[in-house]
Design a protein around this ligand. Sequence first.
Ligand code: WTA
Length: 664
Amino acid sequence: MTVTPTGTHISGVLHERRRFEPPEQFAARARLHAEQLAALHERARQDYLGFWRELAVSQLNWHKPFSITLDEREAPNYRWFCDGELNVSHECLDVQIIAGRGEKAAIRFEAETGEVRRISYRELYLQVCQLANALKSLGVRAGDRVVIYLPLVPEAIVAMQACARIGAIHSVVFGGFSALALRERIADAGACLVITADGGRRAGQIVQLKAAVDSALAERCESVRNVIVLRHAGNPIPMQADRDLWWQPLCEAQSPRCEPQWVPAEHPLFLLHTSGSTGRPKGIQHSSAGYLLNVKLTCQWVFDLREEDVFWCTADVGWVTGHSYVCYGPLANGATIVMYEGAPTYPDGGRFWKICQDHGVTILYTAPTAIRALMRLGDEIPARYDLSSLRLLGSVGEPINPEAWMWYHRVIGGGRCPIVDTWWQTETGAIMISPVPGVTATKPGSCTLPLPGVFADILDEAGEPVRRPEAGGYLVITKPWPSLARTIWGDNERYLNTYWRRFDGRCYLAGDGAYRDQDGYFWIVGRIDDVLNVSGHRLGTMEIESALVAHVRVAEAAVVGRPHEIKGEGILAFVVCRGARPGDADVDAIAQELRDWVAAQLSPIARPDEIRFADALPKTRSGKIMRRLLRAIGRNEPLTQDVSTLENPGIVAQLRGERAAGTP
Ligand code: WTA
């Protein structure tokens, strides 16, 4: 399949003919049957607002009922249920305890060391109330921003829920991000407080989280008054007396009750920074009620979530998947979740499967990159574990290649578990296109069909719907939905430009290329902007380029993606050095230095797989770097572009002929 920046040549070349009907046993017990699903679709088509109104009334516990379903006055800045009031943490905790789930496990946590903790809904409630009171005692008020920089431990959920409880807006920063990336996010959010830990654990090592916070706060973060530090990994760290407080003594001193702060439906629940096609990350802003409605419903529709399920979404809370399907969706449904802090292959490739076995996981939701990595280790490892508790498998983050899908189905699911390949984004808040497991026949590699209330389409350059099967175009959503991101924090213009203006404000532009097959099934082919999808993480090429150019040796850099067996997309950087191009003697050392530099500046995820040095980058006469050309070079594809328009046509040979450097 090919995707070009302009989207004109998106077309499906992947011809996958296998089709799997929902397993009978599963379908018989499923929450949604064909007739119910059809009725939901029909209701949404007939009366779109009535459809969402009824669901918002029946699914959410309103402190003050709403009368306005959708406010379109400032479209495309849509507002849902805006005169109603509720509290998201109340939905996830109080409502569950009132429903009799006080002693039920909310979280089953396993540390990398093997330590297991079971936390009931009542215990979680208590911890959330105490931290919420602690935040209040430090002067945090509704609407203030709190940055959470924690490992994947239950306290990350406690921190998010505590913010929600008092109406503070959380911004979780993935613990794998560097101090610089953290600083940028703290500054952008204007946070008044940071919640972190001494360290996190990953593959037997300690990740120095507090040290990163200290270094982030050294500049441009004047808004931060306090840092709450969880004692977790036990590594020694300095505490700054007037600023830093240990979590444990701080919380133990607090009252175990904290009345939820009732907030308007549109009150921002969180910001989450994500990569865009320009250098600066975007603070995607989500609402309270609309967001919660979609994440709660999709747990029921897509994951068939039930009282007795043990739900394991392997995503880190630093990504949207961890927000929607670790922290908020499952808890709003009173489910038991599994959390694991650590590497999937530590101490060996059986860890994931051992966790499924030991915790009796019934629903497993993970990413294609993890599936591919574990698949490579062979069938014998999962065969050592009892995976019979599994009943449903999910995939998210990037297109899953049919081979990985088949392995997941056959080896992990034992052929009996439906697979839900779920398409969505940070900006959509919740799953948009996905099979409904008891109803939809699946095809390996396709996310199948939009959920009820989701109106997806594929448009061509001119904004006309693409009707011809297998012909590709821009994936769009033509009606607003409740969990749509409301804006980009502090930059509504950028929100409008990025998502709405391409097609005159008529529909939401997802930024993905896609096509439909003859059955109307959606197939996502990848991003149409300069955003890479490395191991399911969105990384802006510009961000990586900026990091490279910040190195003293680098004059210019261009970053492109190319297929990578495990990571989905790998990173190739073309670099022009200041002064002379490195000679054979030191090219590898410099490449290594630059790769490590990017990892330290941004995140190890962003570390380029290969660095190629050149005397110049290929540019158009107007000075624009020809990324399509670089992409083709990176993939060893024949060049179809007209290079005669280049300012420096000779450079192409050098870029292609260059010996690969920096590949370990
Ligand atoms: C990609 C993650 C194909 C897509 C929830 C999207 C997918 C981006 C799928 C969002 C899928 C996510 N099939 N591609 N099932 N799921 N993507 O914001 O390119 O981290 O635009 O949200 O991941 O990534 P984000």
